[in-house]
Ligand binder design. Structure first.
Ligand SMILES: Cc1cc2nc3c(=O)[nH]c(=O)nc-3n(C[C@H](O)[C@H](O)[C@H](O)COP(=O)(O)OP(=O)(O)OC[C@H]3O[C@@H](n4cnc5c(N)ncnc54)[C@H](O)[C@@H]3O)c2cc1C
Length: 481
């Protein structure tokens, strides 16, 4: 698309990972003549952050039977994988994330082929959204402008924030803030030492990637609690919580889970099945909790929740725990007290000291690389994003009161600075975390995408079709990869 053209769309989706792709597919399935544009900065369309990995050892952490892009067609992914994956597959298989990326791309290409007249994939970064009389004007990094009646933000997770560690140099090669960037693990020698800050799924991912790269050195994982994600394991389904009244306090929630886990264990079951049967109720429980109770959850329960709820595939867990048992991976609990870099024999080393959580003693590490695996920044005011800055500046959005995302209503409509829900500006995915808490993975996001598509197609504005393109014709870039 030549620079400077104005493209007009009924709906523009900013972000073309899982959520942006699936909401677009849903919209076009139900409104084939809708004029729709997706603006995505990723070089590879549809895969987003999660499914762009090339490591075969990076597996989905949800079984194939629950990874369909459509809740109404639960076997959609499974059927596709049965045809397109070279190994046998069943609904309990934990398949490679790269394969899932291919599935999303196939879905997108199918949609492009069927709707090439009205659908455009714009490989670009949205830098600002400005409210105009005629709609929202989106400015992109390459100078393009897209005028849309309705805008959906499907931006996914943002990189981790600044760790606030004195002495940490963000411009140094030793310290890598973006765990999934190519540079994060580049240039490491087999016998180097690496420190991963944070002990959640990201650090497991990076450990697995290091192993796949043939890295033989020591990997230190450091977090406040030193707790690592649990593993999935086959367990009988647990009947669920239908007969239980839902807790209104965190204490009640913890008691409920403990009682159910004990009952499951007595019946030769497993706490994992209890967590899984609770999952469909989490959004409802979260919304019914008073804000003080939600804060209490974040303060006291979050870490324990994360490691039980966000589990890794059995094969990944097996590899990871073997690496811990062999001593190659060492997990530490504590708080970093100092960071400095020295030059030794022509190479930079990071010297990190931390106060051990259990012994209260000071411990020191000297490593070749430090990778920030502390999880996405959710305080949208602190995120370094021109797009978010433009939205805040115009008062079009506000942060949710818990600092977990953007403030939205039940349909995902963004609340402006006065708390009024927009009729034309929506968020999809992790940005809704303050409202929903459970809004991270495919089983929830596909429902959100379908509901949002349905909502948008019922809204009067979405029916006001606007002329498609002013200026040169727009091509579907996705088909020219
Ligand atoms: C490593 C990893 C593994 C995961 N594994 C699983 C799993 O196995 N199963 C599961 O269910 N969930 C998994 N998840 C959760 C995952 O977040 C969701 O499944 C899903 O991919 C989230 O989709 P999304 O569209 O919200 O974000 P993403 O897929 O990350 O998409 C966001 C897109 O927006 C683009 N973008 C952002 N800002 C702009 C801008 N200003 N202009 C243009 N484009 C922009 C980004 O480049 C990106 O392409 C995993 C997450 C991660 C990080």
């Amino acid at each position: 698309m030549p620079t400077g053209d104005l493209v007009r769309k009924d709906i523009a989706v900013i972000g073309g990972g899982f959520s942006g792709t699936v909401v677009s597919v849903q919209l076009l399935r139900h409104a084939p003549n809708l004029s729709l544009g997706v603006i995505d900065k990723n070089v590879r369309p549809a895969v987003g952050l999660a499914y762009g990995t090339d490591h075969a050892a990076h597996l989905l952490n949800v079984p194939a039977g629950q990874m369909s892009a459509f809740a109404s067609e639960p076997d959609h992914f499974l059927k596709w994988a049965e045809q397109d994956y070279e190994f046998p597959v069943d609904s309990r298989s934990f398949l490679p994330r790269a394969l899932y990326g291919r599935y999303l791309l196939a879905l997108l290409e199918e949609t492009c082929a069927a709707h090439s007249l009205h659908f455009d994939w714009i490989r670009d970064e949205a830098l600002a959204v400005r409210r105009e009389k005629a709609g929202f004007l989106i400015h992109t990094r390459s100078g393009q402008r897209v005028l849309a009646q309705t805008v959906v933000l499907a931006l996914g997770n943002f990189p981790p924030g600044n760790l606030g560690i004195h002495g940490l140099r963000t411009d140094s090669r030793c310290y890598q803030r973006l765990a999934w960037s190519k540079e994060a693990l580049a240039g490491l020698a087999d016998n180097n030492q690496v420190l991963l800050i944070g002990s959640g799924l990201t650090s497991v991912d990076i450990t697995i990637a290091l192993r796949a790269n043939g890295f033989k050195g020591r990997i230190h994982i450091l977090s406040r609690h030193g707790l690592v994600p649990q593993c999935h394991s086959p367990s009988l389904p647990w009947p669920g919580f239908q007969d239980e009244s839902l807790p209104r306090t965190i204490r009640g929630l913890v008691r409920l889970i403990r009682n159910q886990a004990a009952a499951a264990a007595e019946a030769s079951g497993d706490w994992r099945a209890v967590m899984d049967s609770l999952r469909p109720l989490v959004q409802e429980i979260w919304q019914s909790l008073p804000i003080e109770e939600r804060r209490r959850f974040l303060r006291h329960i979050r870490t324990y929740w994360e490691i039980h709820r966000h589990r890794v595939a059995p094969d990944v867990g097996q590899t990871f725990f073997k690496m811990i048992a062999s001593g190659q991976v060492q997990v530490h609990a504590g708080r970093i007290t100092s960071y400095s870099e020295i030059n030794s024999d022509g190479k930079n080393l990071a010297q990190v000291t931390f106060r051990d959580r259990y012994s209260a003693s000071a411990k020191a590490l000297e490593v070749d690389r430090v990778v920030n695996c502390s999880g996405p920044e959710t305080n949208f005011r602190k995120i370094d994003s021109a797009l978010l800055a433009s939205l805040f500046e115009q008062g079009l959005v506000r942060q949710d009161p818990l600092g977990l995302g953007l403030d939205v209503d039940r349909n995902g409509a963004l609340l402006d600075c006065t708390g009024t829900p927009s009729r034309c500006l929506f968020a999809l995915g992790p940005a809704r975390k303050g409202m929903l808490w459970e809004t991270t993975a495919v089983p929830e996001l596909r429902v959100q995408a379908a509901n949002l598509a349905d909502h948008l197609l019922r809204a009067p504005l979405a029916h006001q079709s606007v002329p498609q393109t002013v200026g040169a014709a727009v091509s579907s870039e996705i088909l020219q990869r």
